[in-house]
Design a protein around this ligand. Structure first.
Ligand code: NAD
Length: 300
């Protein structure tokens, strides 16, 4: 019997580096016109995963020459204090983009804070006006992780047009916007999208129909080989830390997909780490430059 073939790896590292290079050229061109893009990244509390994400976002800004304004607020910060900061950033002309890292501590109404961000500085694309625009097919800011997934598909030669895309997860930050993005008419869209969630029945029967499977549920190694068909393209959004005694830290990162078994059946697959996570940061940089251009009514 011929050995099972392994899937092509869709490398978030390679693709995100390409996007960051492209954004770097745009930043340089803006700077030559004395325009200096700025991104405010607000972190509330000390959630370890959020701290890592925020650090990486700020580092990438520095590497690209995007000014990054850091605001680290304590866990017990009041909603009022956070809203006051957002209002100040909305009014600051040096700040083109505002990112408030989610999740926020439970005592703060997350949607209220996201709603307070000026939609033209909303580089995460979570403001209801930008969510609505995405659904209407006139995107202003597309949320970074969904935009990163779409770029991974397009740049790896796996155009979703006409394909059956099954999305696992219906969160506002990943599942729903990915579905909205890939079902749009036109380039990067035109897919037939099915969204599955925790109440979906006969999940396996649905995932097996997927030409492209996007997993965003937050359960480590949930998708097994028996849940996919041969030749599927898999985008694994999940980032989960599980115990691993062989590592010095005692843990390791895995996705929502059981990479070792699924990769033997798939046509192409993203790794974790080194996959969608890196694309999310690259798309944030892209959205920050987009914010500058929208605010100055420049050609996009
Ligand atoms: P969430 O907890 O908000 O949503 C999880 C979704 O999964 C829910 O809609 C739920 O209905 C669905 N779900 C739960 N159990 C299910 C099951 N058994 N079958 C089908 N669906 C089920 O999570 P989220 O914020 O969307 O994040 C999902 C994962 O993606 C997490 O691991 C998170 O860390 C990761 N994430 C990664 C990035 C990135 O940049 N790569 C960005 C955001 C989130």
């Amino acid at each position: 019997m011929a050995p099972a073939k392994s899937a092509a790896l869709i490398s978030g590292k390679e693709l995100s580096e390409a996007i960051v290079r492209e954004v770097g050229e745009e930043v340089a061109s803006l700077k030559s016109k004395d325009i200096h893009p700025g991104l405010a990244v607000v972190l509330v509390g000390s959630d370890p995963a959020s701290q890592v994400y925020v650090r990486n976002k700020r580092r990438t800004c520095d590497a690209l020459g995007i000014r990054s304004f850091a605001f680290d607020l304590p866990e017990n910060c009041t909603e009022k204090r956070l809203l006051t900061l957002v209002t100040k950033l909305n009014a600051d002309p040096a700040v083109n983009g505002i990112l408030v890292q989610v999740p926020l501590p439970k005592h703060i109404n997350e949607q209220k804070v996201l709603n307070a961000i000026d939609p033209i500085k909303d580089v995460d694309g979570f403001h209801p006006m930008n969510v609505g625009k995405l659904l209407n097919g006139e995107p202003s800011f597309v949320p970074c992780t969904p935009a990163g997934c779409q770029e991974m598909l397009m740049r790896s030669g796996n155009d979703p047009a006409g394909k059956h895309v099954v999305v696992l997860g219906r969160s506002n930050i990943v599942g729903k916007p990915i579905a909205a993005l890939l079902m749009q008419k036109g380039k990067g869209g035109d897919a037939t999208v099915t969204v599955c969630h925790s109440r979906t029945q006969n999940l396996e029967a649905i995932t097996k129909q997927a030409d492209i499977l996007i997993a965003a549920i937050g359960i480590p190694l949930f998708v097994k080989a028996n849940m996919v068909k041969s030749g599927v393209v898999v985008i694994d959004v999940g980032i989960n830390r599980i115990p691993d005694a062989s590592k010095a830290s005692g843990t390791r990162l895995v996705g929502d997909v059981d990479f070792d078994t699924v990769s033997k059946k798939a046509k192409a697959i993203t790794p974790v780490p080194g996959g969608v996570g890196l694309m999310t940061i690259a798309m944030l940089m892209k959205n920050t430059v987009r914010a500058v251009k929208l605010q100055r009514r420049m050609k996009l």
